[in-house]
Ligand binder design. Structure first.
Ligand SMILES: Cc1cc2nc3c(=O)[nH]c(=O)nc-3n(C[C@H](O)[C@H](O)[C@H](O)COP(=O)(O)O)c2cc1C
Ligand SMILES: [Fe+2]
Ligand SMILES: [Fe+2]
Length: 395
């Protein structure tokens, strides 16, 4: 229970999920995740964010009960309809039998499909609409695509809080600390980057549009739907988002490799060694025993990504194919890539990866280093050439 009055009459009533291993059924969350929700006590009692994932009804109810009787809720603001926040809505609507959901029209339609909620339980809002709660006023901004197409953000005018939904969120439960000045900020910024690359990254243009729309707004606190509340330095998470959504990379090389018997791995290690000798920052990612969510996160701020891919049944080793495919659907742009890998006879599996990355608009750094079996002395000249060409791209 992390319940807390974050400002006079505004309470954090969110919950921690320490059991889900894969967020959205796919993204590894070894440190769990929080589903943040905020309760504003005024003439109109308002819950901002629909609640939490289904299964957290009891805990959410208990949290709200610490502040007021949950039956008294008048408004439930749904910034977007995804079930990690809306799963508890059917329960809340039964408990608070007069409560209305405040959402975009599109979120209303999605929620009606998800939970059979009758239309008269909704108040829909458009861009710029204001709802008066008494002393507090909520203003709504249309920010479609961050993260779902139905997304709005909610701004509380009195305290200048932006309830930003998934934007500016991060993986990781809130273990006592709730605010950026109470937690290990390095951990959450790293997890915010991974969250961005996994969840929001495919809609970078939507993030840029939203940032533009909010740029004139005085924001003292960013209260997202996952992870810490940003009150000391909201600019930290905003500038991270700016950087990520503009595809800005660091002078860093990421080597993503997979290897059945170690031949491609040995070459990966040798290439990494040579790059480090040349003063290049290198990260290594094993495609099999590290979750792909980390590969996306590391790729998002790497200028050059090298794929170490053995040939497997005439195609690319599937774990590498999967990561390249994820990078394609997450639409990571403006990157250089290189390829190496081992094969037994005909080889050529790497061509699949090459095709995918070319279609994504990435530029290849040559040469492709395809070895037969183990690395031979004669292959090393090609490594030197690749390292030289990579260095050129980093200057
Ligand atoms: C299940 C399996 C399928 C393979 N398919 C091919 C293939 O289609 N073409 C090829 O040239 N080599 C093939 N190979 C051979 C490997 O590519 C080769 O042994 C390579 O050196 C493995 O590198 P690694 O140890 O980095 O995985 C296959 C090997 C395995 C185990
Ligand atoms: Fe979402
Ligand atoms: Fe979410």
């Amino acid at each position: 229970m992390t319940i807390c009055e974050i400002l006079p009459n505004i309470y954090y009533v969110g919950v921690n999920d320490r059991l889900t291993r894969f967020f959205e059924g796919i993204w590894f969350i070894p440190n769990g995740i929080s589903y943040n929700a905020y309760l504003i006590i005024d003439e109109k009692v308002t819950l901002v964010e629909g609640g939490a994932k289904a299964g957290f009804e009891r805990e959410l109810y208990n949290n709200i009960s610490m502040v007021t009787s949950p039956e008294k809720i008048d408004y439930i603001v749904v910034n977007h309809s995804e079930p990690d926040h809306s799963g508890t809505l059917p329960f809340l609507l039964r408990i608070a039998s007069n409560a209305k959901i405040v959402s975009s029209t599109m979120a209303k339609n999605i929620l009606m499909n998800l939970y059979n909620i009758p239309a008269d339980r909704f108040v829909t809002v458009k861009d710029g609409d204001i709802i008066e709660l008494g002393e507090h006023k909520l203003r709504f901004f249309n920010t479609p695509g961050v993260h779902w197409p139905d997304t709005i953000m909610t701004y509380e005018e009195r305290n200048k809080i932006l309830f930003s939904g998934d934007a500016f969120g991060s993986y990781g439960t809130l273990d006592g600390g709730l605010f950026d000045d109470e937690v290990d900020i390095k951990f959450y910024l790293e997890e915010a980057k991974r969250y961005y690359s996994n969840i929001v990254g495919a809609y970078a243009y939507a993030v840029l549009n939203a940032l533009k729309k909010l740029s004139g707004l005085e924001i003292r606190i960013i209260a997202p739907s996952h992870g810490p509340i940003w009150r000391r330095e909201p600019s930290k998470i905003v500038s991270l988002y700016e950087k990520l959504s503009k595809y800005e990379a660091e002078d860093k090389v990421l080597i993503i490799y997979g290897s059945m018997y170690g031949f491609t791995r040995e070459l990966a290690e040798y290439i990494a060694k040579k790059l480090v000798e040349e003063g290049v920052r290198v990260e290594l990612h094993n495609a099999v025993n590290e979750h792909p969510s980390y590969a996306l996160s590391k790729a998002w701020d790497s200028k050059i990504i090298i794929f170490g891919v053995p040939t497997y049944e005439n195609i690319a080793f599937p774990p590498i194919y999967y990561i390249a495919y994820l990078l394609t659907i997450k639409k990571l742009k403006n990157r250089y890539y290189a390829i190496f890998g081992s094969s037994g006879w005909a080889g050529g599996g790497y061509k699949q990866i090459q095709k995918m990355l070319d279609q994504l608009g990435w530029e290849m750094v040559e040469p492709v280093i395809e070895i037969r079996g183990a690395v031979k002395k004669r292959d090393l000249e090609k490594v030197n050439e690749l390292v030289k060409n990579i260095k050129r791209k980093l200057i």
